[in-house]
Design a protein around this ligand. Structure first.
Ligand code: F6P
Length: 517
């Protein structure tokens, strides 16, 4: 019975060794029949998207990430060139860095990279590095936050080889993201403290004319690569954002792009039954009633894919997590994504998956090849790879026995091509799912609220700084003077106290704590 169902529901693309098993998602024919009109609309929507329609109405933008791996699909010559020219330029740049035609200002080749970016401007390069960048030509380090201690740690690691031999990539589509700006200024300060000029060690990847672009010109960066407004941050790994670092690392970026293009060819086909991305989108819809009622747990059984769940978290949650649908109706859509790797998670949270709250479905990612080269027997006739496979199959079975659904995606090994295949699959699944639930997957209005509130907090923090005097005062006293919320003022004061700018004397509760110079 389950064997028949498996054979009927597995979709295979043997030409590149891919398969997806949806048999444990229990999607029935009646559901598929009912979804027919929505499926047809999703195919029409994505064809329009790929043809260059403005499918991101709020930002009045096209969505062109599918063109990045097949420029001939781009609707105009200008757009085609916007893909091919930066690609040729970044390959040339990487080649010159590798062959020493571009060297560090102090002489000598660049030996390592510091990438400064956040969200889509870091997650893709981090995934690529972790999955396929092992032993690459230039090791890469990241500033992906505004945490000063985190940056200090990275700078100290970079100093082992030397900042003078470190090429800095500052990546920001908008060119105005605070965390990235802060990281760049922190890196610049570290260079200057070491007696080095920052600009001649740096490269910018950003929108033309952005703040960062202007800064890069002013500071005499080595070069700048453009980032187009029709590529979203979370789908930018195949744009200059992902390809500049990957090419510098010596990763086979043509193969990476070819993998995504190969998946695109299959999932562009309008036969829903054999379209892995459409079937996956339908399975998500079925599992969560089209309302994201079930979370997606991502379990790749391969250490090098450990960041894939984090990468998918942004791709899926920033794309699908929306308050309003395209008709302006309040829908609060989304699918929560979390995960790490198997079989490690077997010893962490799989207990809850099997026995606890039933609010998820699992996406297993199987990598068929265990390792390159010979392995040992850990038991008679049994290898570590056999165990990894055994745990994947065992967990899938045990979950299904207790009514927990799962998808299993299989790839032969983790290569640039296969990583492209996986990314291509999920990008198109997100596009389809967004159509099925009628939302704009390509904007992120919710992120702005937190950014605005942070700006307000920073303004208040400076106002509070100006009110600290020698006399000890409570947060409500300072708040009255500033006509501000006492809790906000309290958090400003405790932050200043923790960083040595004011003294704190604890009272019996926060209202009783006093602060002084
Ligand atoms: O590349 P940027 O413009 O610095 O943005 C970084 C990230 O910030 C976000 O805009 C969210 O604030 C993401 O969508 C994006 O990937």
């Amino acid at each position: 019975m389950s064997w028949t169902r498996y054979c009927q529901s597995v979709i295979r693309y043997p030409q590149f060794g891919f398969s997806i098993d949806l048999s444990r998602m229990d999607v029935d024919d009646a559901f598929l029949a009912e979804m027919q009109p929505k499926i047809a609309k999703a195919f029409t929507d994505i064809a329009a998207l790929e043809a260059g329609k403005i499918v991101n109405p709020d930002e009045q933008r096209m969505v062109g990430h599918y063109w990045l791996r097949n420029a001939s699909l781009a609707p105009t010559e200008e757009l085609r060139k916007a893909v091919t020219e930066p690609l040729a330029a970044l390959k040339d740049f990487a080649e010159k860095v590798h062959t020493g035609q571009i060297t560090s200002p102090g002489g000598g080749t660049f030996k390592q990279i510091l990438l400064i970016g956040i969200g889509g401007s870091a997650l893709g390069p981090q995934l690529v590095n972790d999955a396929i960048g092992h032993n690459s030509k230039l090791p890469i380090f990241f500033f992906d936050n505004t945490d000063p201690a985190g940056m200090d740690r990275v700078i100290s690691d970079l100093k082992e080889v030397g900042l003078g031999r470190t090429l800095v990539l500052v990546i920001s589509k908008s060119g105005g993201t605070a965390e990235t700006r802060n990281g760049m200024l922190e890196a610049k300060a570290a260079y200057e403290a070491a007696g080095l000029q920052f600009g001649p060690h740096a490269v910018a990847v950003t929108g033309e004319g952005s703040k960062l672009d202007k800064y890069a010109i002013d500071q005499k960066f080595i070069t700048r690569f453009p980032m187009e407004d029709w590529v979203g941050g979370r789908t930018s790994v195949m744009s200059t954002v992902g390809l500049v670092p990957a090419a510098l690392q010596g990763i086979d970026i043509d193969s990476f792009l070819a993998g995504a293009a190969a998946m695109d060819v299959e999932t562009r086909k309008t036969d829903a039954k054999t379209n892995a991305a459409m079937q996956l989108a339908l399975a998500w819809y079925h599992a969560g009633n089209g309302k994201g009622e079930k979370d997606m747990v991502v379990l790749p059984y391969k250490d090098s894919l450990v960041l894939f769940s984090k990468y998918l978290q942004q791709l899926v949650m920033e794309s699908l997590g929306k308050e309003l649908d395209l008709d302006g109706k309040k829908v609060n859509q989304g699918i929560a994504v979390y995960g790490n790797k198997g079989s490690t998670d077997q010893h962490a949270y799989v207990q809850q998956l099997r026995d606890g709250v039933h609010n998820f479905f699992t996406t297993f990612i199987e990598v068929r090849k265990g390792r390159n080269g010979e392995g040992i027997e850990v038991e008679p006739s049994t290898s570590s790879a056999d165990y990894l496979q055994g745990f994947l199959r065992g967990t899938r079975k045990a979950l299904y026995e207790s009514g927990r659904k799962s998808v299993t995606i299989s790839i032969p090994e983790v290569t640039p091509f296969q990583l492209g295949v996986l990314i291509g699959l999920f990008e198109r699944t997100v596009s389809f799912y967004a159509s099925l639930v009628n939302i704009n997957a390509y904007h992120q209005p919710g992120v702005e609220a937190g950014k605005k509130a942070a700006t307000t907090f920073l303004e208040l923090l400076n106002a509070v700084r100006g009110k600290i005097i020698a006399d000890a005062r409570t947060a409500p006293e300072v708040a009255t003077e500033l006509d501000a919320d006492p809790e906000d003022v309290y958090h400003c004061l405790t932050h200043l106290a923790a960083n040595g700018e004011v003294q704190i004397a604890l009272g019996k509760d926060p209202a009783g704590d006093t602060f002084s110079l």
